[in-house]
Ligand binder design. Structure first.
Ligand code: PMV
Length: 313
C-alpha cells in the first residue's frame, strides 16, 4: 500500500526578522507543492529518493550521526517503524525551489509526516503538524513552527511569539511574482547579523519594531478590504525597514527595483542576504511584471495563495 501527501510552500509577506523580537509576521501558503509518497518495503531500512539526492540507511540510527538535508524524513520513518519488522521507501517530488526561503523544508516535513504516519494509522492535521515540527527541528532546532503551520493549514496566517498562530479569514485574489536571486542564504547567520545590528543600536531597533508592528496591523485591515494598491505601499515601507537592518544587498535591491516598475510593491521575503523577493500584482500588471524580470534574465514565476494546505491521497 502506498500513502501519498502533498503540502504547499510559503512566503513571509510581512514581519520577517522583527518577528524574532516579538512583532507579528504575516505568512501565506503558495500554490507550489512538495509531494511525498511512502511505501512499506521488506528489510529494516529507510530509503529516500529525491531530486536533491538519495539516502538509504538501516533503521535505528542516531539522528545526530546523519548528515543529510533528507534527515527529517529518516527521523519520521524511523519513529513510525519502532517495533515494526519492515522498512519504508520514500519518494519526494518538488516544484518548490530549495533553500531560498519558500518553505521547501517545512513542506517536506508536513507532506512527509502525513505520508509516512498514514502508512500506519489515520492521523489528524494537528498530529501531523506536531510530527512535522519535530522533524523540522532535526535541521533547524530553533524553528518557530510558523512555516510548518501555514504549510499544513494553507491560506494566510499571522504569527507572533506570545500569541502563536491566527488564521486570517480573508481570501484576497492577488498574484505574487517571485524572483529568485539564486543566492542560497543561511537563515541562522542572517538572524545573528540582525542581532548584532540591534545590539549596536537598541533605540533605533526598538523604534523600527514599533513601526513594523503598526505596519502589520494596518496590513491586516487592508487584507480585509482587499486594497491591493495600499498593500503595495506597505510592502515598500516594509522593504525600507529591511534595508535599514542590513539584510539586503546590491542584487536584491536591483531585483526590487525591477519588481516595482510595474507591480504595486516589491520586497524581500524571508531571511534576506539572498533567497527571493516578491512583487504584488493583479491581472492588470502580472504579465508586465514577469516580463520585466525575464528581460533581465531573472529566474521568476508567479504564484497565488494556496487555501488548501496539506492534501492526502
Ligand atoms: O528565509 P526563511 O523562510 O528561513 O525566513 C526566516 C524568517 C526570519 O524571521 C528571518 C527568522 C525566523 O525564525 O522567523
Amino acid at each position: 500500500m502506498k500513502s501519498k501527501a502533498s503540502a504547499p510552500g510559503k512566503v513571509i509577506l510581512f514581519g520577517e526578522h522583527f518577528v524574532v523580537y516579538g512583532v507579528k509576521a504575516i505568512l501565506c501558503a503558495i500554490n507550489k507543492r512538495i509531494t511525498v509518497t511512502a511505501e512499506k518495503i521488506e528489510g529494516k531500512k529507510i530509503s529516500i529518493k529525491s531530486n536533491i539526492g538519495n539516502l538509504e540507511l538501516e533503521t535505528g540510527k542516531l539522528i545526530s550521526e546523519i548528515n543529510s538535508p533528507l534527515k527529517p524524513f529518516y527521523y519520521l520513518a524511523d519513529k513510525m517503524l519502532k517495533n515494526e519488522n519492515t522498512g519504508i521507501e520514500i519518494i519526494v517530488e518538488s516544484d518548490i525551489p530549495l533553500g531560498v526561503g519558500l518553505g521547501s523544508s517545512s513542506a517536506c516535513c508536513v507532506a512527509g509526516a502525513a505520508a509516512i504516519s498514514r502508512l500506519f494509522r489515520k492521523t489528524s492535521k494537528e498530529e501531523i503538524l506536531t510530527l512535522a515540527i519535530e522533524a523540522e527541528k532535526t535541521i533547524f532546532k530553533n524553528t518557530s513552527g510558523a512555516d510548518c503551520t501555514v504549510c499544513t493549514y494553507g491560506g494566510i496566517m499571522n504569527y507572533d511569539k506570545e500569541n502563536g498562530f491566527h488564521k486570517i479569514e480573508s481570501e484576497p485574489n492577488f498574484h505574487l511574482v517571485i524572483a529568485n536571486s539564486n543566492i542560497e542564504h543561511s537563515t541562522e547567520s542572517i538572524v545573528e547579523d540582525v542581532r548584532e545590528f540591534k545590539e549596536n543600536d537598541e533605540a533605533g531597533f526598538s523604534s523600527l519594531c514599533k513601526k513594523e508592528s503598526k505596519l502589520v496591523e494596518d496590513v491586516l485591515e487592508l487584507l480585509k478590504e482587499n486594497d491591493i494598491k495600499k498593500l503595495g505601499t506597505k510592502i515598500k515601507e516594509n522593504q525600507e525597514y529591511l534595508e535599514t537592518i542590513g539584510i539586503s544587498n546590491e542584487k536584491l535591491r536591483e531585483m526590487i527595483q525591477i519588481g516595482q516598475t510595474e507591480s504595486f510593491g516589491a520586497k524581500i521575503t524571508g531571511a534576506g542576504g539572498g533567497g527571493c523577493i516578491y512583487a504584488l500584482t493583479d491581472e492588470s500588471n502580472l504579465k508586465q511584471t514577469i516580463n520585466q524580470f525575464k528581460d533581465k534574465n531573472y529566474d521568476c514565476f508567479s504564484v497565488k495563495i494556496d487555501f488548501k494546505g496539506l492534501d492526502t491521497f
